[in-house]
Design a protein around this ligand. Structure first.
Ligand code: CAP
Ligand code: MG
Length: 412
C-alpha cells in the first residue's frame, strides 16, 4: 500500500488557498511524527495506511505540515476541506480542533492561532456595530467604556435589577450587563427584567446620560433568534450571548438576522476549560477570531495580568489584536476586560490595554461602601484619572468616591 508523507517543510503556503493553524505540541514522539499524525488525522489519513486513499485525494485534500519550530507546528489545510455554508464553524472546528486532542501519542496539543483565506472570510459578515458602533450609540468617541455586571449574579428581582442599572448609570457608567448565570429564572423573568431595565435606561436618557445594558439570551440554538427578537421588542438595547456554552452559531444567527438592530455582547463562560492550560486546548486568540467572524460586537478578553481571572499581559494583547487587527475584512470588536476589577486597578489595566476597551466591575461597583452609584462614580473617576494622566491617589484627593474605593481595596 502506498504510504504518504504529510511533511512539506519549508513549503511556501498560498495564504489564499489554505487555512493555516499553529499548534503547540507536547509528545514523546519525534515532533515530525507528531505533526504528521495531526495533519493525517485531521485530513485524509488515519492511524494506518488505507487502500482507499489515492494520489488524487491526497494531492487535493491532504493537510501539509509546513513548518516546525521547537514545539510549534504549522499545519495548512486546503480550503476545499471546509464546508462553510452547511457545516460552518462546527465543521471548521472539527477539522482544526477536533480529534487531535484525543490522540494518545500526544501528551498535549494547543491550537494557538488560525488564519483563514479570503474565500472563507468572505462568507462571514463580522460585527454589525463593532467598537465604533458601540461608541456611537453611547456617544463616547475616545474614553474607555466603563461598565458593570449586576451583582449578585442571581437573586435580584426585575425591579431591583433595574434600580441597580439606574444607579450605575447615574454614577456615569456606560454599560451594564446581566451575569452569565441569569436568563429567565422565576425570581427575575426575562420579559419583566428587560422592560424594567429599558425604563431605567430611558430615564437616564431623559437625564442626558447614554447607557446600554446587555440582556443575557443564552439558550438553546433553536430559540436564540426568537428570544433576541423578543428582548429587542421589550426594549433591550444590547444582547448578551455566552459563546462557548451556546456555540458560535448562536452569535452568527443573531448577528446576521436583519431584524436584530442591537449590538451583541459576547461572554466566554467556560472558556478556561479550553484556554487555561498552556500546553493543551485552544487559545483565546482563536476563539476571538471566530467570534469576530460570526459577528460579536464586544468580547471578554481577560484583564491583562491584573484582576481575579487568570491570563497574562501577552495573552490579553494577543486577544486584543484579534479583536482589532486590520488583517481581516470585518469591523473591530470592542475588547472587554472583566473579572475582579475595581477602581485602584484601572490605571494598571489601561496602561496595559490602552483606551479602546470596555472595563467592567461587578463586585468593584456593588462592593463600594456607599453603594452602587458611588461605586460607579469611583470607577468613572478612576478611568478619568488614567485618561487624563493624573496619578490615581492624587485624583482621589478631590474625588470622594474614588478615595473611599481606594480606602477599601487599595491600588496596585
Ligand atoms: C465579573 C464577572 C465575569 C467574569 C468572567 C464574574 O464579575 O461577571 O463573568 O469577569 O471572566 O461573574 O466574575 P466581578 P472573563 O467584576 O465581580 O469580578 O471576563 O475573564 O471571561
Ligand atoms: Mg459574570
Amino acid at each position: 500500500m502506498k504510504s504518504y508523507s504529510y511533511l512539506d517543510l519549508g513549503d511556501e503556503i498560498d495564504k489564499d488557498a489554505y487555512v493555516v493553524c499553529k499548534y503547540r505540541v507536547t509528545t514523546d514522539l519525534s515532533i515530525e511524527k507528531a505533526a504528521q499524525a495531526i495533519a493525517a488525522e485531521q485530513s485524509t489519513g488515519t492511524w494506518t495506511g488505507i487502500s482507499t486513499l489515492n494520489d488524487d485525494v491526497f494531492d487535493n485534500y491532504a493537510a501539509k505540515v509546513t513548518a516546525i519550530d521547537g514545539d510549534m507546528v504549522t499545519v495548512a489545510y486546503p480550503e476545499e476541506d471546509f464546508s462553510i455554508e452547511v457545516g460552518a464553524i462546527p465543521q471548521i472546528l472539527s477539522v482544526i480542533s477536533g480529534n487531535l486532542y484525543g490522540l494518545d501519542a500526544l501528551k498535549g496539543v494547543r491550537l494557538e492561532d488560525v488564519d483563514f483565506p479570503s474565500g472563507i472570510l468572505k462568507k462571514y459578515k463580522g460585527p454589525k456595530f463593532g467598537d465604533a458602533g458601540l461608541r456611537k450609540i453611547l456617544d463616547r468617541p475616545e474614553k474607555p467604556l466603563v461598565g458593570t455586571i449586576v451583582k449578585p449574579k442571581i437573586g435580584l428581582s426585575p425591579k431591583d435589577t433595574a434600580a441597580y442599572v439606574y444607579e450605575a448609570g447615574s454614577g456615569g457608567l456606560t454599560n451594564g450587563k446581566d451575569d452569565e448565570t441569569l436568563v429567565d429564572q422565576k425570581f427575575c423573568p426575562i420579559e419583566d427584567r428587560t422592560k424594567a431595565v429599558a425604563e431605567a435606561l430611558d430615564r437616564l436618557d431623559e437625564e442626558g446620560h447614554k447607557m446600554v445594558h446587555a440582556i443575557n439570551i443564552s439558550t438553546n440554538g433553536q430559540d436564540v433568534r426568537d428570544l433576541a427578537e423578543d428582548v429587542q421588542s421589550w426594549g433591550a438595547r444590547q444582547i448578551m450571548i455566552d459563546v462557548l456554552t451556546c456555540g458560535y452559531g448562536a452569535i452568527q444567527a443573531v448577528a446576521e438576522d436583519p431584524k436584530i438592530k442591537v449590538p451583541i455582547h459576547v461572554h466566554r463562560t467556560m472558556h478556561a476549560a479550553m484556554t487555561k492550560d498552556p500546553l493543551n486546548g485552544i487559545s483565546m486568540r482563536v476563539i476571538t477570531k471566530l467570534v469576530r467572524m460570526c459577528g460579536g460586537d464586544a468580547l471578554h478578553i481577560g484583564t491583562l495580568g491584573v484582576g481575579k481571572m487568570a491570563g497574562a499581559v501577552t495573552e490579553g494583547r494577543s486577544n486584543q489584536d484579534a479583536c482589532q487587527s486590520d488583517s481581516v475584512p470585518f469591523k473591530k470588536v470592542m475588547p472587554v476586560c472583566s473579572g475582579g476589577m475595581y477602581p485602584g486597578i484601572v490605571p494598571a489595566l489601561l496602561k496595559a490595554a490602552g483606551n479602546n476597551v470596555q472595563i467592567q466591575a461587578g463586585g468593584g461597583v456593588a462592593g463600594h461602601p456607599e453603594g452602587v452609584r458611588a461605586g460607579a462614580m469611583a470607577m468613572c473617576q478612576a478611568v478619568d484619572s488614567a485618561y487624563e494622566g493624573v496619578p490615581i491617589r492624587e485624583y482621589a484627593k478631590t474625588h470622594k468616591e474614588l478615595a473611599e474605593a481606594i480606602e477599601r481595596w487599595g491600588t496596585i
